[in-house]
Design a protein around this ligand. Structure first.
Ligand code: HEC
Length: 141
């Protein structure tokens, strides 16, 4: 197929516009990606399953690192939410990995977002990995 100059420009424009739209479809943690109620459920789960090692305030202790603050956020900066939830799902609680449901893990990570002072929103953090993959963790806006 021979594409005229104008046709080629239109194709380039359409591809660029599509790429731009898909980038916009993705959200960051600054867009309100969990609810207050979800973080409340997550807090109870966190205290029951995580606080013994990471401490109630998430400041960490001994071998368990902090789950809040600059050092933690730099480690996860510019990575998809699915990576963080997956890390929790597969390796935590360290003394019983893989024992919490996908919903429980999403609730706990929602509470981690709240403790790290990211804003709440109208929709819950999804328990589904593909949906979590569209949300980026960004330390700053
Ligand atoms: C028995 C102690 C213990 C418990 C309980 C525990 N953790 Fe951990 N956690 C650790 C240790 C030790 C590390 C660092 C070594 C490792 O990665 O396994 C860690 C690492 C992590 C990391 C990676 C931190 C980083 O710097 O990237 C996350 C996230 C995490 N834990 C979340 C949780 C959550 C959420 C729970 C509760 C569901 C939990 N942990 C329960 C001990 C624990």
């Amino acid at each position: 197929m021979k594409v005229s100059g104008i046709g080629a420009i239109a194709i380039v424009w359409a591809v660029a516009a599509a790429a731009h739209m898909s980038a916009q479809a993705g959200k960051t943690v600054w867009d309100g990606v969990y609810t207050e109620a979800q973080a409340g459920r997550g807090k109870k789960l966190y205290i029951a399953s995580c606080a013994a090692c990471h401490q109630e305030g998430m400041q960490g202790a001994d071998l368990a690192p902090a789950l809040k603050g600059d050092e933690f956020l730099l480690l996860w900066n510019d990575r998809p939410m699915s990576d963080l939830v997956d890390r929790v799902a597969k390796t935590m609680p360290q003394d019983a990995p893989g024992t919490l449901s996908p919903e429980a893990n999403a609730d706990i990570v929602a509470y981690m977002l709240q403790v790290n002072r990211f804003p709440t929103g109208a929709a819950e953090l999804p328990a589904d990995a593909a949906a979590q993959n569209t949300i980026s963790i960004m330390r700053t806006k």
